[in-house]
Ligand binder design. Structure first.
Ligand SMILES: *[C@@H]1O[C@H](CO)[C@@H](O)[C@H](O)[C@H]1NC(C)=O
Ligand SMILES: *[C@@H]1O[C@H](CO)[C@@H](O)[C@H](O)[C@H]1NC(C)=O
Length: 320
């Protein structure tokens, strides 16, 4: 009796293992092939079809009169749901923001030649510094460093995109461009310029920030939703990285866009050019690095942007 039971259990175990294994292989195959077909189909779109994503009517910046639908608001507030957030409380915060930063409601200027400078290690040894500095607008992201990397990344910064947790003090000529992922980020902006912000354990952000108050800009949450839904096709339960937002932002606000410092290093590792730490994962945290990179390559292939990769000539870079 006992040995019979053991035999049955072993057989069952084998069956269960076989089912699990087949299931896993099938899932892996399905996810690989759906990704393959996704990239394949994006590549096969003609230019007009691909650029149908570009919607000029979406205002990149918060200006106090943007209409934010409840649907878009609900999507946005779910990104970092650390507190109770309602459309009413959002609107109240925006109104009070306009009092501290009256220039937010002015129409932003349009730029001629823009450089979007990412933080990829492929900038190291690129000697792109002078080329980057020759642009009218130079957009950098978060903690992107300049000191001791001037030759490769340049020295000029006209705009720096950041969220509170990645914020740093800026000089008087740089636009602080806040990318808000929750209402608290807007509250932080106002307090960091006035009374000081006291964060919580779950929301660490600097108490004060030094930057030119009249150059503050805030990305419209509706724009973040647009980049996610339209340019990333709502794929993955992730949201656009600051870098990818900056590329689409430049597409909306500049006549000519050059993109530097995106992608993994030559070994396929992802990190920042000033860091030693390396990440093998293309998924890069909450963002979908691989799809974003692919979309940037597509924009370059379709001659909407110039994409500079390491050791590529200082001309148009046509990938694939
Ligand atoms: C503010 O944004 C809305 C759309 O969100 C736009 O219709 C309006 O023209 C913008 N106003 C300014 C001053 O830029
Ligand atoms: C970075 O790339 C090298 C070469 O491919 C690899 O040996 C190394 O393990 C990678 N580092 C990490 C942290 O994945």
């Amino acid at each position: 009796m006992i040995s019979c039971r053991v035999i049955i259990t072993k057989t069952m175990l084998k069956v269960v293992l076989a089912v699990l294994l087949t299931g896993t292989i099938t899932l892996l195959f399905l996810s690989y092939s759906s990704e393959y077909f996704l990239y394949q189909s994006l590549q096969e779109e003609d230019d007009a079809e691909f650029m149908r994503r570009f919607d000029e009517s979406v205002e990149p910046f918060l200006n106090g009169t943007n209409d934010l639908s409840l649907e878009v608001f609900d999507w946005w507030k779910a990104l970092q749901p650390i507190e109770e957030q309602t459309l009413d409380s959002y609107q109240t915060v925006v109104e009070s923001l306009l009092k501290t930063f009256p220039t937010i409601s002015k129409r932003p200027e349009r730029w001629r030649k823009c450089a979007v400078v990412g933080n990829s290690p492929n900038l190291k040894g690129s000697h792109y510094g002078r080329l980057i500095d020759s642009h009218d607008m130079v957009m950098r992201m978060n903690q992107g460093q300049i000191k001791s990397y001037e030759e490769d990344v340049g020295t000029k910064t006209t705009h720096r995109l950041m969220y509170p947790e990645s914020a740093q003090n800026l000089d008087d000529n740089t636009h602080l461009v806040l990318t808000p992922y929750k209402i608290m980020d807007l509250v932080w902006l106002q307090k960091a310029f006035t009374t000081g912000y006291v964060g919580t354990i779950r929301n660490l952000a600097p108490y004060k920030i030094q930057a030119n108050k009249n150059l503050v800009m805030v990305i419209n949450p509706g724009f973040i939703a647009y980049v996610y839904h339209t340019w990333m096709g709502k794929r993955e339960h992730k949201y656009p990285s600051t870098g990818f937002l900056a590329v689409i932002l430049a597409l909306h606000t500049c006549e000519e866009v050059s993109v530097f410092g995106f992608g993994a290093d030559s070994d396929g590792n992802w990190t920042h050019y000033w860091e030693k730490k390396k990440y093998k994962n293309l998924g890069t945290g909450l963002h979908y690095g691989k799809l974003e990179y692919f979309m940037i390559e597509q924009l370059a292939a379709r001659e909407k942007i110039y994409f500079f990769k390491k050791s590529s000539p200082i001309t148009k870079d046509l990938p694939m």
